[in-house]
Design a protein around this ligand. Sequence first.
Ligand code: ARG
Length: 469
Amino acid sequence: MKLWGGRFEKETEALVEDFHSSIRFDQRLYKQDIEGSVAHARMLESIGVLDEGEAQAVVQGLQEILRDIQRGAVVFEVGAEDIHMNVEKLLTERIGATGKKLHTARSRNDQVALDLRLFLREEIDQIKDLLGGWLETLLALTEEHIETWMPGYTHLQKAQPITLGHHFLAYVQMFLRDLERLKDTRKRLNYSPLGSGALAATTFPLRREMVARELRFAGITRNSLDGVSDRDFALEFLAAAAILMMHLSRLCEELVLWSSGEFQFVVIDDGYSTGSSIMPQKKNPDVAELVRGKTGRVYGDLMALLTTMKGLPLAYNKDMQEDKEQVFDAVDTVKKSLLVMEPMLRTMRVNREVMHQGAKGGFTNATDLADYLAKKGVPFREAHEIVGRLVLRCAKQQVGLEELSLAEYQEISPVFAEDLFTVIGIEYCVRNRNIPGGPGPEAVSAAVAQSREELRRISWRQEEPGEDG
Ligand code: ARG
């Protein structure tokens, strides 16, 4: 018999049973569900709905169920639909009629909203920790490669020389923003919807704040309709996860390129590469490709939930049961991706010499030559034109700008002097770009220190109620 069977004259069709049951996936919320029920039961006791003995029986029963689930001794029932009714059913089987009082002044609608918030809050904290470790690795690599010269690109064409450290530090900025986005998501998520009931709260004098405190929320939601129909927190998380994956994916794309025979900038460790079943020589950057590929599923999770929510009338609709698999999938994908990326990047070998050589080709010092003229009073637009003509000449002769003689330079402009050769040295080009945000080693060092400070600030844990305002 169904927990809601009273009003029905016929059994649910087997096909429907299977179709609408969510226990297959929402059993993942068992811990949060039980945690929420324990807090609810204690609060019911405090307002006299449960007497002391009843509350104790309920809490003890729930704790035993938790232990049994954790040691794999519980078989969930598809017929009991979801984790909420499975737990309630188990409780009543164990402690008898008292178990039937637990659901007083509560609906699965506010219950599931609560469970998902509790779940995501924990997962966000774990992802924040993983991201913190990942950022430490990126910062260490930045420092290691603060003088590893490499070509910087636009349009994937060589543009200007930079350093690998500067390149890594760009990713540090992206992941710091991801960290901040997650922190921000957590802040808005951290309110207890319990007490919203099915949609219109309840006539029982529930002490919502007490439950919220017990569950370490910063406060309670302020409208019962919104309390049960809001999934913004899940969407915000998915959006943050999608952007984070996009960042990982861009880095992966670069690793795929850089490890190719054409670039040979880096060698990915054997432990993080795989071979081919037919081509004996192959060593493929599969891990980087897979992270890049999995980005698509997280975008999908975000799009799916946005689409599910679009056009839902207030308040709860069963459509919303679809939120969980998307959240779970995004959580798992982000965590696994961060876990595998960190050691892959840390163990990767960098071919400093190849990168340095690469920085030299492609006239990456042409802007510096134009700047040289501009600093001597030639209007920049004219300087650009002059250097453009020099580049054209070099390209035809297949030589670099540093290979022309001073006489050849002076043929085109009398402003050129011997010191031009210093200015167009690759190292010189990079070393002198030390304004804030620049690739010069001093600028990068300063930015590393600031980024570390930022990381400390964002990583600060906001655990206790009220602490985060
Ligand atoms: N399994 C449902 C979900 O995941 C729980 C809430 C169901 N409420 C309802 N009235 N059918 O959303």
